[in-house]
Design a protein around this ligand. Structure first.
Ligand code: ATP
Ligand code: BTN
Length: 239
């Protein structure tokens, strides 16, 4: 059997590396790096990726039902990673809609799901996660919000557990979708029942976060009314 992951010391981006190879990768293949020269976040933002101190991991999956089937996937990945990190560290790691993990109200990790493939065709999905372990003095031009570190942890064990739990969760997600994971979100939701603001382009919307629905939309309460918000252009912040 060929190995199902690759460790590369220096790379532009582990997501980019897998995306360039989707035609020849086995499902579940993963890539880990020590340093990313062009680590990326959502919407062209950068992910600060210094040498050695953090974890940069991407995993490849194929969704036979096409790109639409990936809806809610970043939430599932967040739930699974939070679970693994909580077990290994004993710390109160929480999820932030739609793609971050928080520790002590600060950003600990980010998830980036990238998809190629046309509607109706098979979707090639690359899911990347960057987790801060022992980062010092990050470049403040790039990390321009509060951040945290997980601290001392066995990286080999962390990678082994992440890959095993993620692969299992992806099999379940393909069968049952987000529904199978929904009940695991609210107990670890960093912003549940807190005053928040949503930033959508130039628009600011204030309300109380009330968890997520079956579609993975954020539920926002305003004047006693609950509205679902979904889509990649939304940023959630404490108010
Ligand atoms: P949102 O995801 O809510 O839209 P975001 O500001 O977290 O907002 P992302 O694109 O998810 O945006 O993440 C990129 C941002 O994360 C960067 O703009 C930067 O502020 C922050 N960031 C970059 N590198 C790191 C890092 N290693 N640790 C913590 N935060 C980082
Ligand atoms: C975000 O918060 O916007 C997501 C950040 C995702 C960072 C990880 S690090 C491994 C993988 N490779 C990348 O270039 N990005 C993701």
């Amino acid at each position: 059997q060929s190995p199902n992951f690759e460790v590369i010391p220096v790379i532009n981006s582990t997501n980019q590396y897998l995306l360039e190879r989707v035609q020849s990768l086995p499902v579940g293949f993963a890539c880990i790096a020590e340093y990313q020269q062009a680590g990326r976040g959502r919407r062209g933002r950068q992910w600060y990726s210094p040498f050695g101190s953090n974890l940069y991991l991407s995993i490849y999956w194929r969704l036979e039902q096409g790109p639409a089937a990936a809806s809610g996937l970043s939430l599932v990945i967040g739930i699974v990673i939070a679970k693994v990190l909580r077990e290994l560290s004993g710390q109160d790691i929480r999820v932030k809609w739609p793609n971050d993990l928080y520790l002590n109200d600060k950003k600990l990790a980010g998830i980036l799901v990238e998809i190629t493939g046309k509607t109706g065709d098979v979707a090639h999905v690359v899911m990347g996660v960057g987790i801060n372990l022992s980062m010092h003095n990050p470049n403040q031009d790039i990390v321009n919000q509060a951040w945290s570190n997980l601290g001392n942890i066995d990286r080999n064990q962390l990678v082994a557990e992440l890959l095993s739990y993620l692969r299992q969760a992806l099999i379940n997600f393909e069968k049952e979708g987000l529904t199978a994971f929904l009940s695991q979100w609210s107990p670890i939701d960093n912003f549940a029942n807190r005053s928040v603001k949503l930033i959508i382009g130039d628009t600011l919307i204030k309300g109380i976060a009330r968890g997520i629905n079956e579609q993975g939309a954020l539920l926002l309460e305003q004047d006693g009314q609950i509205t679902p918000y979904i889509g990649g252009e939304i940023s959630l912040r404490a108010d």
